[in-house]
Design a protein around this ligand. Structure first.
Ligand code: AHR
Length: 502
C-alpha cells in the first residue's frame, strides 16, 4: 500500500485559525438573493421575506462572514436604490448579469439576514461607476449612530441601531475588462487610496480590502497588485485574491484534484508582491490577503441570459464528489496559509455558484461541497500547526509532480483537541497515512469522517443526501501514533483528543 506520514507538534504553529477563513459570498447574481436567501412568497419565509430553510443551512454550514452585494454586480450598483419603502424602490438594469434588479433586497435586509444567520457583514462599495462620495454616504448610512442625513434615514427605515460593519471591500475585480467602470491599476490605486482615506476619516478602525488582480491568468496579475499597493499600501489592511477551478479547464482529473497547488502559488506570489512593496516603502505594518472569491466554477458552461428578466438562472453548477474534494483541498490551502490569509469567501452561498441550492417555492438542499466546508468550519479551531505531510507524489499535466496527500492540522489549546484534514488525490488506491502523535503523547483517537465513493455522485432535489460524509470509528494504533487508510479521491477529518469521547 502507498504510505504517507504527518508529524504533529503543538509547538510548531503557523498562526491562529481565523474565523473569517470560513466566509462566503452573497451577490445579486442569478438566484443567489432572489429565491435564494430572499423569497417573501415562500412558505418558509420569515417576516422579512428571508427563507428560514436557507438560514438554517447557512448556520449549519458554519459560515462566519458574508461578502455582499457583489461581485461584478456592485460595480454598477446604487446602494440607495435598495433602502426605504420597498414599493418606492426603482427597478434597474443590472449590466453585470443581464438582469432586472428590483432592489427589493438591499443593505438593510442583508444586515437583518446576517444577524439571523450569525455572520459578519463584509460590504463592498461601488468603485466602478461611483467613487469616494458614495462610499462615504453608505458608510454614514450603515455605521453612524444618528443625527445626520444618512444615519437618520437609516433610523427612519426601521434600523435604529447602526449596522456596525467593520470589513469593507473597495470595489471588485477592477482589472477585469468585464467590470463596469474597469480601470487601470494606477487609476484604481488612486481611487482606492482616496476612498480608504476618506472612510477612515469617519471611522479609523474600519478594515479595508483593496482589489488585487481578478485572477492569476490575467495579464495584469502581479503588476496590478504592485501598482495598487504603491498607491494605497498605508490606507488598506488587506488585498484580495480570486480563483476559480474546474475540471474542464484543468483538462484532466489528476490536475483538477491538484488545483490547490495553483491557489498555493497565487498566495505565494501575492504575498511576495505585497512584501516587496512594503519593504520598498519601509512599511512596518503588514498587508494580508483576503481570498474573497474562491470555488469550483464551470465557467465554460456559463450562459448569461440575453433577455432582461428578474432572478434568471445563472450558472447553477451541480457539484459532484470530485468538486467537493477539490473544495476541501482549497480549504486546506487557505488554512495552511493562515499566517497571511486572514479572510476568505467561498463564492457563492446559494444558487449561482452556491454551496446551497434552492428551488423557488420548493426545497433547499446541501450540495456535495457543503460537507468539507461545514466540517472544516466546525472542527478547525485554535491554531494551525506546521505539519507537512511526507507523501508519495504523482504527475499532473498542469502542475508537474503533486503530493498525493494534501493535509493540514489544527490544535485548539482550550479543548486540547487536534483535527487533521486530509485529501487523498490518488484515483484508485488507498494511501496509509501515519499520524505521528509523539508531540501529543496523551492524545487518543476520537473519531473520523470520510467523504468518498462514486466520483460523479451529486446531491440533487430528488436525492439531496446522496453525498454525505460517513463516520468511521476505527484507527489502527502503530508505534508513535496511528494509521488511517485514506480512500482514493477522499476528504478525511481525523479528530484526536486528550481522552476518547463520544
Ligand atoms: O462570483 C461570480 C463572479 O466572479 C463575481 O461577480 C466576480 O467578481 C467574479 O468574476
Amino acid at each position: 500500500m502507498l504510505k504517507a506520514s504527518l508529524a504533529l507538534d503543538p509547538h510548531l504553529v503557523v498562526a491562529d485559525v481565523h474565523r473569517r477563513t470560513f466566509g462566503s459570498f452573497v451577490e445579486h447574481m442569478g438566484r443567489c438573493v432572489y429565491t435564494g436567501i430572499f423569497e417573501p412568497e415562500h412558505a418558509a419565509a420569515d417576516d422579512d421575506g428571508h427563507r428560514a430553510d436557507v438560514l438554517q443551512l447557512t448556520r449549519e454550514l458554519g459560515v462566519s462572514m458574508v461578502r455582499y452585494p457583489g461581485g461584478n454586480f456592485v460595480s454598477g450598483y446604487r446602494w440607495e436604490d435598495g433602502v426605504g419603502p420597498v414599493d418606492q424602490r426603482p427597478t434597474r438594469l443590472d449590466a453585470a448579469w443581464y438582469s432586472l434588479e428590483t432592489n427589493a433586497h438591499g443593505i438593510g435586509e442583508f444586515v437583518s439576514w446576517a444577524r439571523k444567520a450569525g455572520v459578519e457583514v463584509n460590504y463592498a462599495v461601488n468603485l466602478g461607476t461611483r467613487g469616494v462620495q458614495e462610499a462615504l454616504d453608505v458608510l454614514e448610512y450603515a455605521n453612524h449612530p444618528h443625527g445626520t442625513y444618512w444615519s437618520d434615514l437609516r433610523v427612519a427605515h426601521g434600523h435604529r441601531e447602526p449596522f456596525d460593519i467593520r470589513l469593507w471591500c473597495l470595489g471588485n475585480e477592477m482589472d477585469g475588462p468585464w467590470q463596469t467602470g474597469h480601470k487601470t491599476a494606477h487609476e484604481y490605486g488612486r481611487l482606492a487610496a482616496e476612498t480608504a482615506r476618506a472612510m477612515r476619516q469617519i471611522q479609523p478602525e474600519l478594515e479595508l480590502v483593496a482589489c488585487g488582480s481578478s485572477g492569476s491568468g490575467m495579464p495584469t496579475f502581479g503588476a496590478w497588485e504592485a501598482t495598487v499597493l504603491e498607491e494605497a499600501y498605508d490606507q488598506i489592511d488587506l488585498i484580495s485574491a480570486h480563483a476559480y477551478y474546474d475540471e474542464a479547464t484543468a483538462g484532466d482529473l489528476g490536475s483538477f484534484l491538484a488545483s490547490a497547488m495553483d491557489m498555493e502559488a497565487v498566495i505565494e506570489r501575492v504575498v511576495a508582491t505585497v512584501d516587496r512593496v512594503g519593504a520598498r516603502r519601509g512599511e512596518r505594518r503588514r498587508v494580508d490577503l483576503s481570498f474573497d472569491e474562491w470555488n469550483v466554477w464551470y465557467q465554460g458552461d456559463l450562459e448569461v441570459p440575453r433577455e432582461w428578466s428578474r432572478a434568471p438562472r445563472v450558472a447553477e453548477d451541480v457539484y459532484d464528489l470530485v468538486d467537493a474534494i477539490v473544495v476541501g483541498s482549497l480549504l486546506i490551502t487557505l488554512l495552511r496559509n493562515s499566517d497571511r490569509v486572514s479572510a476568505a469567501c467561498q463564492a457563492q452561498l446559494v444558487n449561482a455558484l452556491g454551496i446551497l441550492r434552492t428551488e423557488p417555492g420548493g426545497p433547499a438542499w446541501r450540495q456535495a461541497s457543503f460537507h468539507p466546508f461545514a466540517q472544516a468550519s466546525r472542527f478547525a479551531r485554535g491554531r494551525v500547526l506546521h505539519a507537512e505531510p511526507v507523501s508519495p507524489m504523482y504527475d499532473t499535466v498542469q502542475y508537474g509532480p503533486a503530493p498525493l496527500v494534501h493535509a493540514v492540522a489544527t490544535h485548539d489549546p482550550e479543548s486540547d483537541e487536534v483535527t487533521i484534514f486530509a485529501v487523498n488525490r490518488h484515483q484508485r488506491e488507498d494511501v496509509a497515512l501515519t499520524i505521528e502523535t509523539r508531540g501529543f503523547p496523551d492524545h487518543r483517537f476520537v473519531e473520523r469522517f470520510v467523504l468518498d465513493g462514486d466520483l460523479r455522485a451529486c446531491n440533487t432535489q430528488q436525492q439531496p443526501e446522496r453525498v454525505v460524509p460517513r463516520r468511521v470509528d476505527a484507527a489502527e494504533p502503530v508505534p508513535g501514533g496511528l494509521q488511517i487508510a485514506l480512500a482514493p479521491v477522499s476528504w478525511n477529518v481525523i479528530r484526536l483528543g486528550p481522552r476518547a469521547v463520544g
